[in-house]
Design a binder for this molecule. Structure first.
Ligand SMILES: *[C@@H]1O[C@H](CO)[C@@H](O)[C@H](O)[C@H]1NC(C)=O
Ligand SMILES: *[C@@H]1O[C@H](CO)[C@@H](O)[C@H](O)[C@H]1NC(C)=O
Ligand SMILES: *[C@@H]1O[C@H](CO)[C@@H](O)[C@H](O)[C@H]1NC(C)=O
Ligand SMILES: *[C@@H]1O[C@H](CO)[C@@H](O)[C@H](O)[C@H]1NC(C)=O
Ligand SMILES: *[C@@H]1O[C@H](CO)[C@@H](O)[C@H](O)[C@H]1NC(C)=O
Ligand SMILES: *[C@@H]1O[C@H](CO)[C@@H](O)[C@H](O)[C@H]1NC(C)=O
Ligand SMILES: *[C@@H]1O[C@H](CO)[C@@H](O)[C@H](O)[C@H]1NC(C)=O
Ligand SMILES: *[C@@H]1O[C@H](CO)[C@@H](O)[C@H](O)[C@H]1NC(C)=O
Ligand SMILES: *[C@@H]1O[C@H](CO)[C@@H](O)[C@H](O)[C@H]1NC(C)=O
Ligand SMILES: *[C@@H]1O[C@H](CO)[C@@H](O)[C@H](O)[C@H]1NC(C)=O
Length: 283
């Protein structure tokens, strides 16, 4: 939580509090000072501990949070800016903001760099009525190849005659219909009788279930879609596999900051020589 300058002034504070040898307290202080003797590494050690994966709960969802994601109360250096996870004000759903819009976060797959998110209008509606396209900040996320784009027409009058690939959602709030299309043809005639067209990503598997009649459209969109995140791409896994926790250094944001048990490095943690260092500190 404390930025580097604070942490080091904290260390200085400790040594200044070292008044003399006579009083009974100094022996404890001396011990404290000794235990933090590998001074260049002690700060990084705390960062390693601070940034361990931890379970975050909200609205019945539990997700392990680690780099690049961060929640309130966790140190800035544990996440990459912008990958901020929070709990909705009424504690009902875990949320993440993507390109200025809030999504419900369902899952984080660290192995494949994928998050699963749901557009909030879909979460609790039996009749989905999306009015906005999904948009991404491509420096942070990209679409995943596990998804399929489904074209949705909302606020429409009934179709006559029906178009074979264009399916009625089967609900018509206020007498206005919604239609979806799993194929790619352009049906410009739909614009006549609908007020908007929106592209909705969903899992490819869910789209197949709709196609084979195993699942309704509204149920399928509740499953959300997956996005691949960009931060840590190409190096974070190596850091983790070497025993470290990926991190962020505000002074060099693009560096491959890896917090190791005893120090911070770039890239990967060195083979374990922590034990030797610790012994020498006590000699
Ligand atoms: C979350 O982390 C805990 C402790 O590291 C682990 O036991 C658990 O399996 C993890 N859960 C998931 C869903 O990855
Ligand atoms: C949400 O949860 C937090 C922490 O448990 C609690 O302090 C807060 O009052 C809750 N808010 C609501 C609206 O229930
Ligand atoms: C919780 O708040 C969200 C908006 O933040 C709202 O969409 C949802 O309906 C609320 N849920 C309940 C149960 O109040
Ligand atoms: C969805 O609705 C259920 C019951 O109506 C409610 O308990 C839940 O909090 C709602 N979820 C959201 C995200 O609004
Ligand atoms: C879905 O559409 C977006 C643009 O709206 C595109 O970038 C993305 O590649 C498409 N996804 C698939 C699986 O076709
Ligand atoms: C739905 O369509 C009607 C008729 O075109 C229009 O008056 C209304 O504003 C539309 N509603 C929305 C939410 O776009
Ligand atoms: C649009 O609505 C009008 C009047 O309800 C109807 O005659 C027409 O066939 C509809 N267009 C399509 C493409 O369904
Ligand atoms: C969504 O994107 C499509 C193009 O992919 C566009 O034709 C449509 O007008 C957009 N819809 C809205 C509501 O912006
Ligand atoms: C960031 O990485 C570059 C290249 O490896 C290195 O020269 C630079 O010193 C690093 N910056 C910091 C603050 O570690
Ligand atoms: C910790 O790393 C810094 C540079 O990243 C290095 O200068 C320092 O010697 C290292 N300390 C230990 C105890 O390895």
């Amino acid at each position: 939580m404390s930025p580097p300058p604070l942490a080091s002034s904290d260390l200085c504070g400790k040594s200044q509090m070292h008044p003399g040898i006579g009083s009974p307290i100094p022996s404890i202080l001396l011990l404290l000072a000794l235990s933090s003797t590998p001074s260049s590494s002690s700060e990084s050690y705390y960062r390693y501990a601070d940034c361990a994966s931890h379970t975050y709960s909200c609205g019945g969802t539990k997700i392990n949070i680690s780099y690049p994601f961060r929640v309130d109360g966790r140190a800035d250096y544990c996440g990459y800016p912008g990958y901020y996870v929070s709990c909705s004000k009424n504690n009902t759903s875990m949320t993440i903001e993507i390109d200025g819009k809030g999504y419900v976060l369902k899952d984080i797959d660290y192995l494949n760099h994928l998050i699963t998110v749901v557009d909030p209008p879909f979460v609790n509606q039996s009749c989905p009525q999306p009015y906005q396209n999904t948009s991404l900040d491509f420096s942070m996320y990209s679409y995943s190849d596990r998804d399929k784009n489904v074209t949705v027409f909302v606020n429409c009058t009934a179709l006559s005659p029906p178009i074979p690939e264009v399916h009625d959602m089967g609900c018509a709030p206020g007498g206005r219909h919604g239609f979806y299309q799993l194929t790619d043809e352009n049906h410009i005639e739909m614009f006549e009788n609908c007020s908007s067209m929106v592209v909705v990503p969903m899992h490819q598997a869910a789209a197949n279930e709709i196609r084979y009649g195993k699942r309704s459209f509204s149920d399928a969109v509740k499953g959300g879609f997956s996005l691949r995140w960009e931060a840590g791409k190409g190096w974070c896994r190596d850091c983790v596999e070497s025993g470290g926790h990926c991190g962020f250094d505000v002074l060099s944001p693009e560096n491959h900051t890896c917090f190791c048990p005893h120090n911070s490095t770039l890239g990967t943690c060195p083979p374990n020589k922590g034990a030797r260092l610790e012994t020498s500190a006590w000699v």
